[in-house]
Design a protein around this ligand. Sequence first.
Ligand code: FAD
Ligand code: NDP
Length: 497
Amino acid sequence: MAAMAAALRGPVARFRSRTRAWTRGTRGAANAVGAGQQQQQQQQSFDLLVIGGGSGGLACAKEAAQLGKKVAVADYVEPSPRGTRWGLGGTCVNVGCIPKKLMHQAALLGGMIKDAHHYGWEVTLPIQHSWKKMAEAVQNHVKSLNWGHRVQLQDRKVKYFNIKASFVNEHMVQGVDKGGKVTLLSADHIVIATGGRPRYPTQIKGAMEYGVTSDDIFWLKESPGKTLVVGASYVALECAGFLTGIGLDTTVMMRSIPLRGFDQQMSSLVTEHMESHGTRFLKGCVPSLIQKLPTGQLQVTWEDHASGKEDTGTFDTVLWAIGRVPETRNLNLEKAGVNVNPENQKIVVDAQEATSVPHIFAIGDVAEGRPELTPTAIKAGKLLAQRLFGKSSALMDYSNVPTTVFTPLEYGCVGLSEEEAVALHGQEHVEVYHAYYKPLEFTVTDRDASQCYIKMVCLREPPQLVLGLHFLGPNAGEVTQGFALGIKFLYIALALL
Ligand code: FAD
Ligand code: NDP
């Protein structure tokens, strides 16, 4: 207990003396602020400042506050090029997991209503779906989560600043609110958790002007109508899946393979299922031009790599789902000396989540080499706070993190794909156990189960260590969690042997 108290006292004592030194530099820093902006010279100091109020940042801030620290969170949402804006909580809450999963649920419900008569329900077909109603319900839920996050910060006495933050120097951050007012914040420890934003293919004429991204789709008041989704990874396939599921004419334009990085046998089954349920795929195609027609529709021109020919099609909406860019460009990281990987602009971190500046850390999507997933950002944030303030020395374990792609038939996996296992251990050392199965809920309705499949990738030599588990079928998210726990314990047990 005494040791803990000493550990807690240490950083605070150092913080006080440094604060005096930093204050001396404050005036110069405030002077550096743009001329049109109202200036506020007063500097506020904290034990911990978190930049970014998303999954990782909020978890880190709340944990630090629980440990009795003086904590601030700076969060600011730059509206999308289409003007979409949202509240506190970051990508997952506002334009990611939450609205996505709810719209996925809307699509699944449509399928269940069609199945219902097999179970004795009298349903009048065809059924109709209202985008407006769904979107309003989803958006209201998201707004309630925004509010909930603000209340949680208040309850834990975390100071929330709705400001766009950037570094002044390695100890100080300045934030500008939407009215141009500047706030100066300094802290003993600074955590960068600014996430990322969707990428636009800026070289394609009309792409930015007429296209939308996942930052907009969940906030559309009117149905997107006939939609072209460009890209073939998580975001693309999930969005195409729910759009098809609620009855919209949906096409996916894929330039190479589906779900790069995932097991390719499973990925092919995912797209096969989507195709058999109405999603169209334009394979080996890349868009080159988007034009608005007098009807208001969008004419898309694309190149078909296989035939070498150009083709066109008309759509109501073009959704870019071609990856994400880390939010590091506006942080003035060079002023703090924080290094990024020049290839992808992500912040370089070590196992402690520390950047090239020892008291500045980065977690979540903005950090190099981390999975872009909410649970890992949350856990990393909590553990970082615990390490900083002496509660624990445990590091985040990024191995064997399960993930699920919420396509109409969900695909969950943990560990290595078959391709990765073969590349790592050699074909002759890898054994794959597999099974097609018919989920019970598919029997009465006689749904086609030809893509319901599970495979386990193992080392061939006894005791046949499990390297990866892949599951395609209903509720894969929930099922995979169970398997992931088993695999995690297996590796913990092996480490203890
Ligand atoms: P974010 O949650 O992105 O938060 C960063 C915050 O920092 C934002 O509020 C941002 O506005 C703010 N910010 C940025 N710059 C500044 C600045 N200069 N000053 C102040 N504030 C700033 N993950 C899953 O695990 N499961 C899913 O099902 C899932 N679905 C997804 C679906 C979609 C469509 C998308 C796009 C993502 C999905 N993800 C999912 C990924 C998940 O949303 C992210 O991994 C997670 O939100 C990352 O958290 P973070 O804390 O790193 O950043
Ligand atoms: P990814 O970076 O995973 O995939 C980008 C996709 O866009 C690929 O299919 C890529 O094709 C394609 N692409 C890239 N550039 C172009 C281009 N110029 N023209 C055409 N196609 C292009 O990005 P996502 O946005 O899908 O996902 C980002 C992250 O968000 C994921 O890694 C994931 O961690 C997280 N996420 C998690 C979810 C979940 O947990 N369920 C759901 C959604 C997102 P190619 O393969 O040829 O490069």
